[in-house]
Design a protein around this ligand. Sequence first.
Ligand code: NAD
Length: 374
Amino acid sequence: MKDRAYPVAIENSRLERLTTLLKKNAGKSRLFVFYDANLYALHGTRLRETIGESHPEHEEFIVPSGEKHKSAKTLNGIYEFLLDRKVSRNDFILVCGGGVTSDLVGYAAATTLRGIKFGIVSTTLLGMIDAAIGGKTGINHASGKNLIGAFWQPQFVFGDLSFLFTLPPREFMAAIGEMAKYAGLIGPSMVTKVSAFLSDPSRSQLKTLQELILRCVEYKADIVARDEREGHLRMRLNLGHTFAHGIENGLGYGKLRHGEAVTLGLLAAVELSEISGVTSTDTLVEYRNLLQQLVKTLPVRALDSAAISQAMTLDKKRASHSSRYVVLKAVGKPIIADNISSKQAALALGKMIAFYRVHGGTGAKNSDRQRTKS
Ligand code: NAD
């Protein structure tokens, strides 16, 4: 993928960098800009001004917010908007929003006229560290999340910390779950840094936050550059995700944010790493502490292990690797284990649920308070 390398800029109150990226990548092309509706209400004016610096004549489309709009219906509205305006392959699409909007509009860019160039302005923490990176685009289907999609790499990704100030605290904290996944994959120093950030996630730590985001981006970009289409290497990015998808599915979508389910999934993956004998009980202590610290910030939900196991079995059938899980030999040393029994997975799930039942929820209000203080 080296020939398709693109810049990822995560700035701190430097929107003018977006103008530069647009001038360089969209030049004299016609520009179509798609905004997440909530983002538009909060940041639309300054984004429109910034984009106007390079493309005064650009056209706008407001995408309704929320996972349920990552759908064929909204996609069709985008196709109509573009085709009504006689879009050409020389035009450029810019999407501004979180993962829902960048997945959806990215897929529209991938499929309209067999591919139009696009750029992403990522405005959520989850978007910056994960969804905007790696070129996976798509929509949901009644049968499940992200089942329709394409690989389509953007020309650039731009994120700015100033967007994160208006993010609902729960969205912000949920994304730290995804950051904790990267910490488990990257190594002990990242675990220490995320733990330290978590103890005071306020505006005084913007520099640290920027560094943490960039480290996640760097890690994912490196993996994707070497394995764009989810061969063996990219699979490690699924650490905790088999459990997380099972939890989201078993609970019903929307009860927990994706990143919250990932936190629980990671704790189950730690349990599984020990149960399967891949690692010893004292190796993952610091990582377990970080995850347990995060679990305490999650809202309480009653998890039904039978429903989760059933959802995991279905997920596994689709992937046709019933006994494959990402586990940790140590922090920073992920392994794709192909020989995990359903009994071992159920045991790991049960241990995680027992911890969550006792400790979950107590810190949810605290995390809201911490995030809003500045
Ligand atoms: P999201 O896009 O729904 O954004 C979360 C909420 O924040 C929404 O209500 C949105 O309107 C609002 N919002 C966005 N920016 C804001 C801002 N600056 N201030 C205030 N509110 C703002 O959700 P998300 O967590 O960013 O992304 C989740 C999606 O990403 C899921 O659909 C998931 O499947 C997808 N995803 C994709 C990949 C990938 O590789 N393509 C990876 C991970 C997740």
